[in-house]
Ligand binder design. Structure first.
Ligand code: 5CA
Ligand code: ZN
Length: 409
């Protein structure tokens, strides 16, 4: 699939810092040491509804990861999927009496527009589940042939017991795993499974549902976790630097994906860091398509809200925090944007070299965007109260917030 256009990332004087980031698997910060080409996989949307602010906040976090790496003069190899066939998408299409492919295409197109408006850097490979099926089938066949997968009434399940490292990504106890598996698309109650946590790899064709040629697996469609594994292995290989998503993906999705990949290749780890963003809530509950308590990026844009202000509202929260979207969050962001724009509108100002270093330092420290905003706020306040004589300082601040925070002033 095509992704979306990239906004240009200005080069800054000096050089950036290596990223220290919280890794869910080790439960603490690790300093990443990517090669000249840093590799990142970020789980994409299931396109049955428009991009809400929770999605936007999560993609913003991983956009910052890329910007920190680009500032260290590395290239970034970024892969993202689109889960363009899965139960929730088919259920929504059925409920609304529309064609599931049209629903997926329409919502994916809207996501591209939202990402472009928010100045999120596009992935080099933007891959749909459907287009990945020819690569998924042989992986499932291999898992079955090595005894790590089994058949149940025509469906194929992965056996979590085939992997001694299973559980190391999320570090959860058995009862929590079981609860989350049931809540997040798993089927622990199905009779005949070897272990209640075993996830579906291949769902045999059902009456009235789309299906594809599965070679020796028979006609059907892929499970969710193997989709991301196939796409990541195809485009990044094992041991890539970061796998990213919201905290609701740590278990089961990223746990199962790591387990599939490690069993398939005999190598460890799948990703060097598993990075998870907090959940954005509305009216006290996690924003989610299934609950319907959503604020859409596209709806705000239609109402004339500047997408730069939306992005600044996301950046005002640490990516790992759970936080609540309110009108006040957006108002504060719009006010801050106005202050910043006014501060950079003059040709000279207070020296800005230290501001650039403070933004770099803040982001390298587990993507502390609020601390980065505070550094710019301080500079803008001095500009406002005293001004300065440093020619080009406002331009440097503009370029720094553009390059490192994706904010166009
Ligand atoms: N297609 C799968 C990933 S392979 C999926 O989870 N799609 S999704 O559309 O449900 O979510 C896309 C991304 O947004 C995921 O990383 C998810 O964790 C994140 N996300 C969903 N809801 C929220 C929320 N309320 N706050 C923050 N992030 C969220
Ligand atoms: Zn995924």
């Amino acid at each position: 699939m095509y992704a979306w256009p990239a906004s240009e990332v200005p080069a800054l004087p000096g050089s950036g810092r290596d990223l220290r980031i919280h890794d869910t698997a080790t439960g603490g910060p690790i300093t990443l040491d990517p090669g000249p080409v840093a590799r990142i996989y970020v789980c994409g949307i299931t396109p049955y509804d428009a991009t809400h602010l929770g999605h936007a906040a999560t993609y913003n976090a991983f956009d910052l990861v890329q910007r920190v790496w680009l500032d260290t003069k590395r290239q970034v190899h970024y892969v993202q999927n689109v889960t363009d066939v899965d139960d929730p998408l088919l259920e929504r299409a059925e409920r609304d009496g529309q064609d599931w492919t049209e629903l997926a295409e329409r919502e994916t197109a809207l996501f591209r527009e939202d990402m472009t408006a928010l100045r999120m850097l596009p992935p080099q490979h933007y891959i749909g589940a459907v287009e990945a099926i020819p690569g998924i089938v042989p992986l499932i066949e291999r898992l079955r042939d090595c005894g790590a997968a089994y058949e149940l009434e025509g469906d194929i399940y992965y056996s979590v017991e085939s992997d001694p490292a299973f559980g190391k990504v999320s570090g959860l106890d058995a009862a929590t795993m079981r609860r989350l598996f049931a809540e997040r698309g798993g089927d622990p109650e199905r009779p005949g499974k070897k272990n209640p946590l075993d996830p579906m790899l291949w769902l045999a064709a059902r009456e009235g549902e789309p299906s594809w040629d599965g070679g020796s697996l028979g006609p059907g469609r892929p499970g969710w976790h193997i989709e991301c594994v196939a796409i990541a292995l195809d485009h990044l290989g094992m041991g890539f630097d970061v796998q990213g998503g919201g905290s609701d993906l740590a278990f089961p999705h990223h746990e199962m994906g790591a387990s599939h990949a490690q069993t398939l290749t005999g190598e460890y780890p799948f990703a060097k860091a598993y990075v998870h963003a907090g959940m954005v809530a509305l009216h006290g509950e996690k924003m989610s398509k299934s609950k319907g308590n959503l604020v859409f990026v596209s709806a705000l844009r239609r109402d004339g809200v500047d997408p730069v202000a939306i992005r600044l509202a996301l950046l005002a929260h640490h990516y790992r925090d759970n936080w609540e979207w309110t009108d006040a969050v957006l108002e504060e962001a719009a006010e801050r944007l106005a202050r910043w724009r006014s501060a950079v509108s003059r040709p000279d100002g207070p020296p800005a070299d230290a501001v650039v270093e403070e933004i770099r330092e803040a982001l390298a420290n587990d993507l502390d965007a609020p601390a980065a905003l505070a550094a710019v706020d301080r500079w803008a306040a001095v500009q406002e109260s005293e001004g300065g004589t440093d020619e080009g300082a406002p331009g440097l601040v503009s370029r720094a917030v553009d390059a490192l925070l994706g904010i166009a002033l």
